[in-house]
Write a protein that binds this ligand. Structure first.
Ligand SMILES: Cc1cc2nc3c(=O)[nH]c(=O)nc-3n(C[C@H](O)[C@H](O)[C@H](O)COP(=O)(O)O)c2cc1C
Length: 184
């Protein structure tokens, strides 16, 4: 099937967004996709804050993205937009790094007042990077995500159903996208 880069854009060590993405990765993998997880918080701060395009971690992230047919981008909503560390990474990727890729934008947040942050904040950035096929995204309230002491993840039924739906739409869209020959 397809190769999917799953980018978690939270700086938090106990990130709900991260846990949610890794949970969804398993569903994509079960559907036959190869999933490449990328947690922005693992990229050294000096690379992100110093705009070090040649840092090995940035070179590796760029290479992972080049391999991918599809990209899941998950971010916490911070100050009514996406996270700063996610923007720092996106700024260091090639201008048209998302050309030809199918993209699923996801967000977690504390209030439904910012449910549209994906559409007014993240989506335009993804478009500017060449993404022409950005499927319907989803905003999940943080209170609907429960991480157990053993690390288990539970998502409130309504939210889980909606997430599965957008994930399956993404998966179907990947199936329709001709898999581009691996760029050299
Ligand atoms: C610095 C900061 C700013 C936040 N700003 C918002 C906000 O503007 N709107 C919102 O809905 N939630 C906001 N939140 C809540 C987070 O988006 C929410 O708890 C999210 O699930 C955190 O994800 P994480 O655990 O992956 O970092 C903010 C949280 C933090 C720490």
């Amino acid at each position: 099937m397809a190769t999917v880069l799953s980018v978690s854009g939270s700086p938090s060590a106990s990130s709900r967004t991260n846990r949610l993405l890794r949970h969804l990765d398993a569903r994509l993998a079960a559907q036959g996709h190869e999933v490449l997880p990328l947690d922005v918080r693992t990229i050294p701060a000096e690379a992100l804050l110093g705009a070090d395009f040649r840092h090995p971690a940035i070179v590796e992230a760029t290479a992972l993205l080049a391999r991918a047919d599809g990209v899941v981008i998950g971010t916490p909503v911070y100050k009514a937009a996406y996270s700063g560390v996610l923007k720092a990474l996106l700024d260091l990727l090639p201008q048209y790094a998302l050309t030809g890729k199918t993209v699923l934008p996801l967000a977690t947040g504390g209030t439904t007042a910012h449910v549209l942050a994906i559409d007014y904040a993240l989506r335009p950035v993804l478009s500017s990077m060449g993404a022409r096929h950005i499927v319907q995204g989803w905003f999940t309230l943080d209170q609907d995500i429960t991480v157990g002491e053993n690390g288990s993840l539970a998502v409130a039924p309504g939210a889980a159903e909606a997430l599965n739906q957008v994930l399956d739409q993404f998966s179907e869209a990947l199936g329709r996208t001709p898999v581009l020959a691996a760029a050299g």
